[in-house]
Design a protein around this ligand. Structure first.
Ligand SMILES: Nc1ncnc2c1ncn2[C@@H]1O[C@H](COP(=O)(O)O)[C@@H](OP(=O)(O)O)[C@H]1O
Ligand SMILES: O=S(=O)(O)O[C@H]1[C@@H](O[C@H]2O[C@H](CO)[C@@H](O)[C@H](O)[C@H]2O)O[C@H](CO)[C@@H](O)[C@@H]1O
Length: 233
C-alpha cells in the first residue's frame, strides 16, 4: 500500500478524517508534521491567519505575534518514523499554509523521494463561509477539536470572516492546482461527515471505527453565517 498525504485547509474536516484513518491502525499516522514555521518554530498564530487585515476591531481581539525561535534543522526521518504504522504505511496531513516552508525544507527532493510512493487525498469544504466562521471561532477560542476548552468568548467580525473565506478558498485552489496530474481522491466534508464509513473503507481498506470527534459548530455558527450573508449582500 502507498503512503497517504492528506491535503487540506484549516477547518475542512481534516482532523475527523485523519483521526479515523489513525484509528484503523493500518493507514499511517496522519498528523500535521509540518505545521511549525521555519522562522519561528511555532504553528500558525492568530495574527498570521489575519495577515493583511488592519481593522483595529479585529486586531484588538488577537494576541501579539510571538517571534519564537527560528528552526535550525528539520528531521524528515523522524517524521517518517512517527507517521508510519507497524504495517509500513506512512501518512501525514499537510495544510496549504504550511507548504511554502515544506517546499523549502525539501529543496530539490520531492515528497516521494523522502517518503516513497504516495497517494494524495484532498479534503474540501463546499461551504467556505461556514469554514471561515469555524476558523474565526477557533482562532479566538483556540478550541481546535471537540473537547478542547475555549480560552475566550469569540466575537463576530464581518472583516475577519470575509478575509478568512478568501484565504481558505485560495488555499483550496492552491492544492487543486498542485494536485493536477497527481490523481487525488477528493473528500468533500459535507458528504464525508454525514457518513465517513465508505471513505475510510476506500482509503484504508478496512471497516471504519466509530467517530472519535463531535461536530463543534452549533447555533452561534449558523447565526454568524446568516449575519455574514446578509451583511455581504
Ligand atoms: N464528527 C463530526 N461531524 C461533523 N463535523 C465534524 C466532526 N468532527 C469534526 N467536525 C468538524 O470539522 C471542522 C474542523 O475541521 P479541521 O479538523 O480540518 O480543522 C469543524 O467544523 P465546524 O466548526 O464548522 O463544526 C468540526 O466541527
Ligand atoms: O485546522 S486544524 O484544527 O486541523 O489544524 C490547525 C490547528 O491545529 C491544532 O489542532 C489540530 C486539531 O486538533 C491538531 O491536530 C494540531 O496538532 C493542533 O496544532 O491549529 C494550528 C495552529 O493555528 C494550525 O497550524 C493547524 O493547521
Amino acid at each position: 500500500m502507498s503512503g497517504l498525504i492528506v491535503c487540506a485547509t484549516q477547518r475542512s474536516g481534516s482532523t475527523l478524517l485523519c483521526e479515523l484513518l489513525k484509528a484503523t491502525g493500518v493507514a499511517g499516522v496522519p498528523n500535521e508534521y509540518f505545521q511549525h514555521f521555519k522562522d519561528s518554530g511555532i504553528a500558525d498564530q492568530p495574527r498570521q491567519y489575519l495577515a493583511g487585515v488592519s481593522d483595529p476591531s479585529v486586531l484588538g481581539l488577537l494576541p501579539p505575534l510571538d517571534p519564537g525561535v527560528p528552526e535550525t534543522s528539520f528531521d524528515f526521518e523522524a517524521v517518517r518514523r512517527a507517521g508510519t504504522t507497524p504495517n509500513g504505511v506512512f501518512a501525514a496531513k499537510i495544510m496549504w499554509s504550511h507548504t511554502p516552508d515544506l517546499w523549502v525544507r525539501l529543496g530539490e527532493r520531492s515528497l516521494e523521494d523522502v517518503f516513497g510512493p504516495l497517494r494524495y487525498v484532498q479534503v474540501v469544504r463546499r461551504d467556505k463561509v461556514a469554514q471561515a466562521v469555524s476558523l474565526w471561532t477557533a482562532i479566538q477560542t483556540q478550541a481546535w477539536r471537540s473537547g478542547d476548552s475555549p480560552v475566550a468568548e469569540p466575537v463576530y467580525s464581518f472583516a475577519a470572516i470575509k478575509h478568512l473565506t478568501e484565504w481558505l478558498a485560495a488555499g483550496e485552489r492552491g492544492w487543486t492546482e498542485w494536485l493536477r496530474g497527481r490523481s487525488p481522491d477528493v473528500v468533500v466534508y459535507e458528504d464525508f461527515a454525514r457518513d465517513p464509513g465508505p471513505t475510510i473503507e476506500i482509503l484504508a481498506g478496512v471497516k471504519a471505527p466509530p467517530s472519535p470527534l463531535l461536530r463543534q459548530s452549533g447555533s452561534r455558527s449558523s447565526a454568524w453565517a446568516a449575519r455574514f450573508a446578509s451583511e455581504a449582500a
